[in-house]
Design a binder for this molecule. Sequence first.
Ligand SMILES: NC(=O)c1ccc[n+]([C@@H]2O[C@H](COP(=O)([O-])OP(=O)(O)OC[C@H]3O[C@@H](n4cnc5c(N)ncnc54)[C@H](O)[C@@H]3O)[C@@H](O)[C@H]2O)c1
Length: 492
Amino acid sequence: MKMASHTGKSLSRAFHVAFKKSNHNHVKVKNICCIGAGYVGGPTMSVIAQKCPEIKVVVVDINQERIDAWNHEDLSQLPVYEPGLDKVVAQARGRNLFFSTDVNSAIEEADMVFISVNTPTKTYGEGKGMAADLKWVELCARQIAEASKSDKIVVEKSTLPVRTAQAVKDILHNTGNGLNFQILSNPEFLAEGTAIPDLENPDRVLIGGDDTPEGREAIQALVDVYGTWVPREKILTTNVWSSELSKLTANAFLAQRVSSINAISELCEATGADVEEVAKAIGTDSRIGSKFLKASVGFGGSCFQKDILNMVYICRNYQLNEVADYWEQVIKMNDHQKVRFAKKIIKNLYNTVSGKKIAFLGWAFKKDTNDTRESAAIYVADYLLSERANICVYDPKVPKEKVFTDLDYLNTRSSEENRKLVSVVNDPYEACKGAHAVAILTEWDEFKILNWEQINDLMLKPANLFDGRNILNSSEMSRLGFRFHAIGKADK
Ligand SMILES: NC(=O)c1ccc[n+]([C@@H]2O[C@H](COP(=O)([O-])OP(=O)(O)OC[C@H]3O[C@@H](n4cnc5c(N)ncnc54)[C@H](O)[C@@H]3O)[C@@H](O)[C@H]2O)c1
């Protein structure tokens, strides 16, 4: 792949004309490398490989265990659980989809390199607890520069603070053996739990790049990849900064809707209104729309909180304090909702949970994923454990050790103590047996069809049921004898 490096205005115009003439013949991507085989890199690249059999896609990661799991013969052992992912992997893996730890070879061979590594909130130094930690992105840029022997298009797939592409460009241009690198921003909008349908049929694909002939050529190369299966009118192209900021903005708006309806849920509980009725009434207004109006114990996941905090940090850097305060409130409301749920459990168990068994149904941050990052369950559990509750967890997809790692990570108490107070079981009925209360933390479909009568029989009385996801029918549950507490509804 050769990229032109004309700089003069007329030369640029001449190039643009030539570019337009030959247009699609310019850069045809044949080899893709994706750095980061996580919840985004794995599913995204699997779908690209499935849809574009003529492109070789190599997904690399420094985590050997993760790569081994991606290569596991038994598809139920893939490191990411997503409905339909196993079939996509089965179709493409070994054909044109490969998972490897040989990062340098994959970079060298590729004409397009995606950066899909984690960008968590910083846990140290300046910006601690707010800014995105770009350590892994910078390492990727340096490794791309070092391993490259030909020009490359580098695609930011990770969610990044606006203007990160400048830093990536700077590193590549200063350490990259004089090669040409075009930087594109292509944020991912998939939602965990529905990643495969989201990737197969996205609302839109966003690609940001430089408004130069080389930039437009790179954009076109990526448009062509997605164009294999995504209708062209759904592929939006913008400048790099707009693309980077659009991802942060999308997550901020989505999270804001959840915090807004959760705020109303508290008002419903105080007034006797029903949050589901309110959500329906406002959601039918086409200006508001019905999605993301489900009241709950609070949002979780690796993205919403991290991306809003990151945006708040950026705003503060530009001294936009009112803007920062506005968005920070979305996080504060979410924290409040989790604490409120925990306090409600305590209050209804006669103001003490010490030594009492509380069953947690669900640990993942939402249904149909095994991801637990920032899951509301972790924080509700932590609050109750500080009140010396005994918690018994059942989640259909989260392994036992993950529950303990999540709690240990908070550093609230020793890991021995966490193991003493918490147990994890493989059967929901066992979790509920002898419990003073059952709390639903994740909206797994299977919880709706449990034998709730049997669960009531297994529990100590009065049997308190806290539905943190509003998945059960309140009249039915109170008919079965539960003291039923939903979000945003009067207790039954
Ligand atoms: N999870 C989501 O739903 C989602 C959705 C949209 C965007 N994003 C964004 O995508 C990015 C990745 O998220 P994720 O959920 O896939 O994270 P993840 O933690 O699941 O995966 C990241 C992977 O990158 C690997 N990695 C880190 N540094 C590396 C290096 N130098 N070389 C090779 N591998 C390296 C890690 O080992 C890890 O396996 C983040 O910026 C996130 O904000 C996530």
